[in-house]
Design a protein around this ligand. Structure first.
Ligand SMILES: Nc1nc2c(ncn2[C@@H]2O[C@H](COP(=O)(O)OP(=O)(O)OP(=O)(O)O)[C@@H](O)[C@H]2O)c(=O)[nH]1
Ligand SMILES: [Mg+2]
Length: 267
C-alpha cells in the first residue's frame, strides 16, 4: 500500500491458536495489503481462528517444519504480487506494531533485507530470553559477523522483512525445512551481495512463544556453524554450493515460473 508497494505479511504457523489473534490485532492494517498464514498441520484451532480473522490460509498436507513452512510462505507471497514480504511468527513473540519501521528501509530502497534485532533493542535478558540462548546468540553472531564481514547485532531473530527482488533471486527452496533455514537465507543474502540492515525491537519470551528447547537449540547452533563453513568454502572457491550460486529462477520448473516471477525469466 505505501507508495504503491504491495506489503504482504506471512505467518509460518504451528499450533498458534493461543496467540494468533493477539498477533493479528497488533498489526497495522492500513499498511498491510494481505496476510497469509501457512498451517503446518497444527493440532489446535489455528486454521479456524485464521479463517475467522479473514486471513488467507494455506494448509500443508504434511508437517514439514519451520523452514519448509517458510518456503510455502514466500512462494505464495510472490504469487500474490508482494513487493515487500514481512515474516511474522504468530506466537506473539515479536511486536507487530513495528511492521512500518521494519519495512521502511526496503520501501526507501536502502536495503533488501531488514532484521528486527532484539539485541539492538537492549533488555534482551530482561525480556526473558534464557541466558543460554542469549550467550549462544552472541557467540553465533560473532562468528557470522567475522565470516560475513558484517557488523550486525544478531542473526537469529524471527522478525524480518524481505524485498521481492531478494526473494526472486536467492534459491531459498534449496534450504533446510528445519529452523536453520533462517541462518541459510542470511548467508545467501551475503553471498548474493544484498544490503542487510536492522532495526531495534523488544524481546518477548513467554511459554507459548517458544518451542525450541535445549536439544533443538544445540542442533540449530551446530547447523548454523555448518552453514557458515559452507558459505566460506563456497566464497573461497574450495567447494561450490548451489545454495550460494544458483538463482531461484534456475531451480524452478519453467511451468511455474510465470506465476512466481514478475519479469519473464530468460532461459
Ligand atoms: N511449520 C512449522 N512451524 C513451526 C514449527 N515449530 C514452530 N513453528 C513456528 O515457528 C515459529 C517459531 O517457533 P519457536 O518455537 O517460537 O522458535 P523461535 O521463535 O525460533 O525460537 P525461540 O527464540 O526459542 O522462541 C512459531 O511461530 C511457530 O508457529 C514446526 O514444526 N513447523
Ligand atoms: Mg518463538
Amino acid at each position: 500500500m505505501p507508495e504503491g508497494q504491495r506489503v504482504i505479511v506471512v505467518m509460518p504457523a504451528y499450533n498458534a491458536a493461543q496467540t494468533l489473534e493477539k498477533t493479528y490485532n497488533d498489526l497495522p492494517r492500513d499498511i498491510v495489503d494481505e496476510i497469509i498464514l501457512v498451517d503446518d498441520v497444527s493440532q489446535d484451532e489455528t486454521v479456524e481462528i485464521a479463517r475467522r480473522l479473514g486471513l488467507k490460509v494455506v494448509i500443508h498436507v504434511q508437517n514439514t517444519g519451520y523452514g519448509g513452512n517458510q518456503k510455502t510462505c514466500y512462494l505464495e507471497a510472490l504469487k500474490d504480487g508482494a513487493d515487500v514480504v514481512v515474516m511474522l511468527h504468530p506466537d506473539y513473540q515479536y511486536d507487530s506494531t513495528l511492521v512500518p519501521e521494519l519495512i521502511h528501509p526496503i520501501l526507501a530502497g536502502e536495503a533488501d533485507l531488514v532484521l528486527g534485532s532484539r539485541v539492538l533493542g537492549g533488555g534482551t535478558l530482561a525480556g526473558g530470553m534464557p541466558v543460554y540462548k542469549y550467550l549462544s546468540n552472541r557467540f553465533l553472531t560473532l562468528v557470522e559477523n567475522l565470516a560475513f564481514r558484517k557488523r550486525l547485532s544478531e542473526y537469529h531473530t524471527g522478525f524480518r522483512a524481505y524485498s521481492r527482488r531478494f526473494l526472486e533471486t536467492v534459491p531459498f527452496l534449496l534450504n533446510s525445512d528445519r529452523f536453520v533455514f533462517d541462518s541459510e537465507i542470511l548467508a545467501q543474502a551475503v553471498a548474493f551481495d544484498f544490503e542487510i540492515t536492522e532495526i531495534a525491537v523488544p524481546t518477548r519470551y513467554f511459554d507459548e512463544a517458544s518451542s525450541v528447547g535445549l536439544k533443538d537449540g544445540i542442533v540449530y547452533g551446530l547447523q548454523t556453524l555448518s552453514v557458515v563453513c559452507r558459505y566460506l568454502l563456497n566464497s573461497l572457491g574450495i567447494l561450490e554450493s548451489d545454495q550460494f550460486q544458483k538463482r531461484l529462477s534456475e531451480i524452478i520448473s519453467r511451468y511455474h515460473s510465470p506465476t512466481i516471477f514478475r519479469q519473464e525469466v530468460e532461459s
